[in-house]
Design a protein around this ligand. Sequence first.
Ligand code: ZN
Ligand code: FE
Length: 359
Amino acid sequence: MSELVYEVRSRFETPALRERYLRWLREGHVQAVIRGGAIEGEVRIEPDGAVVSRYRFASAAAFAAYESGAAVALRAEGRALFSEGVAMERAVTERVMGLSRAPLEVVPVACLRDNYAYLLVDRDAREAVVVDPSEAAPVETALDELGLVPTQIWCTHHHFDHVGGNEAFVRAYPDLVVLGSRHDLEAARIPGQTRGLVDGDEVLFGARSFRAMAIPGHTLGALAFVGEGVAFTGDTLFSGGCGRVFEGTMSMMQGSLRRLASLPAGTRIFSGHEYTVRNLEFAAEVEPESAAIRARLETVRRLRAEDRPSVGAPLADELATNPFLRADEPAVRAFAARRGEAREPDDVFARVREAKDVF
Ligand code: ZN
Ligand code: FE
């Protein structure tokens, strides 16, 4: 039987996490395997701090045993931290081996008056990323109900209604990784933030890879987290609308929306607020002839009447109904022109945004 060899490069979000992992290595926990016998292998530390593990398995079955068994053994040591270490190994392993995995789950959690926090769920590891915890209590309840431990917080921007729960979570889980933009890290305005991201940075959740996208306008540090067919857009792109322009300029916001609009049309959009009905009522004023807007408004009103979230629709729906992504449409241009200077797409966007501000 031919031998199966693979190499794993693990990077750790924080030095503390790496230190803990190295200690476990020294103490021999990493060699532990529940089923399938001991694994042969070596572990070395690269100068850049990465941990490189090289393992040999007699068969794919032995590898599978390691995958499940090691996770159990390692997790017994120190749950959140070590499982994170394992998740990082898996991330690389998966790329090498092409293993199958459960579909991604996104669970909206209603917070405050009309905010959404989101849980990004890994059922196998029983772990979750919390996106924009507006407040701790409802998010904790949702985590408990699903039996999940949070390992990361991702913040789209620093506004209180998106980070209000950070402190309580960091207190409860001191090793939590808290991500936001580098801009917000330098301004020290996201509580507990551990890493500052710039446009294009990769963010891992277990085997899943996401990308930070800089989308300034609503705030200068605004970020989207994009990957695996979903995008968390904070207060920049809403279902049927967009956020107010507080720190940036109109053309900055327009550019950010254009970037989001160029994602694959199937990307599901998860935004920071439940504003969809009001947004589409406005959209219907901008484009009174649009059957797409009327149909979507009806669908969303029905969802809301049943107290169900309207978020998570594909980008294609936004492209068809969201006036802030439709500055090239004659009806939108005409609406803007009735309100002032509207020759360029940037002007069209600005006029529509101004009209929405007083809607
Ligand atoms: Zn905001
Ligand atoms: Fe907000």
